[in-house]
Design a protein around this ligand. Sequence first.
Ligand SMILES: Cc1ncc(COP(=O)(O)O)c(C=O)c1O
Length: 355
Amino acid sequence: MSRFSVGRIRDLTPYVPGEQPQDRQYLKLNTNESPFPPPLSVVRAVESEADRLQLYSDPENRKLTEALAAYAGVRPSQVLVGNGSDEVLGFAFQAFADETRPLLFPDVTYGFYTVLAGLYRIPYTCVPLREDFTVDPEPYLGKRRTVVLANPNAPTGIPLATEQIERILCADPSSVVLVDEAYVDFGGESVLPLVDRYENLLVVQTFSKSRSLAGARLGFAVGSEALIADLQAVRCSFHPYNVNRMTAAAGVASLQEADVFAHNCRTVAENREWTADRLRSLGFTVLPSKANFLFASSDRVGGEELYRTLKKRGILVRHFSAERVSAFNRITIGTRQQMEQLLCAVESICKEESL
Ligand SMILES: Cc1ncc(COP(=O)(O)O)c(C=O)c1O
């Protein structure tokens, strides 16, 4: 810390992203990226914008917003795009939460929520997940708090049923319920069809996982016109050119590749179920995930030990040190071949442990 920084900055506990090592080639199963490259049409769309980089991007992101509105079945005024869904979450936290309207989210969920709350000095309460790592909706009902739910949740991968989200929405129509659907395309159920029914529902999605565009940084929010107008006010007070022209073009092209998108999501879901079965047959506890990752633990090898041993063997998974989940590792689902490589390593580590 420099002697010039203000108190608010000194108190921060910044987010620690999953490792992106540059030292050697790893099998990267630690940051929930897609194992598939973006379709060629998306690459071409990016290239076609490269020689126009002297010009600012469209601050209203018209083409992309219209394409997303058509995708989500809403009006363009109900869509906001951002530099990754992390930025969209940041706008939403600033718009809909403060000391008069604290945040409520699960104790085990996406770690960035507490980081953003720290940055914007928003008080928050963490609601413990049930023993089986599912979300209990009861503590979220009628609390006059801004509720944030990753659905499916991360790092558990467990979804919450739409009826339960509706219960939370109905219990307090004066509080925003933000549903972060970063992983919904891999078999979860989106609440996008509900945005015209509930003025307090804000849905956030990303192009990072199911659309193979993590490096492009593109996320979006869909909600009532009133909620989106609030988010636009924050965006335009912070960074009106928040989505660069190459990323905007990539987004539009990606939405035109419905078949590739569906195929990739299906493949990941199949590989997930296949991997979960194999891990269970090796004695692992594997939570019932609908995301592009599995959260798994074993009695034979500790969570941190497995993470370290896999890393030595050139395979990266994600380990979290928080006590409640330290026995687990979060394993991103890759191609079948990548999952075979992982399982081979896990099997041999388990064998060595039981010698
Ligand atoms: C639950 C959840 N939400 C949002 C994000 C942010 O994704 P991005 O900023 O790449 O869109 C992530 C990233 O891992 C996530 O796990």
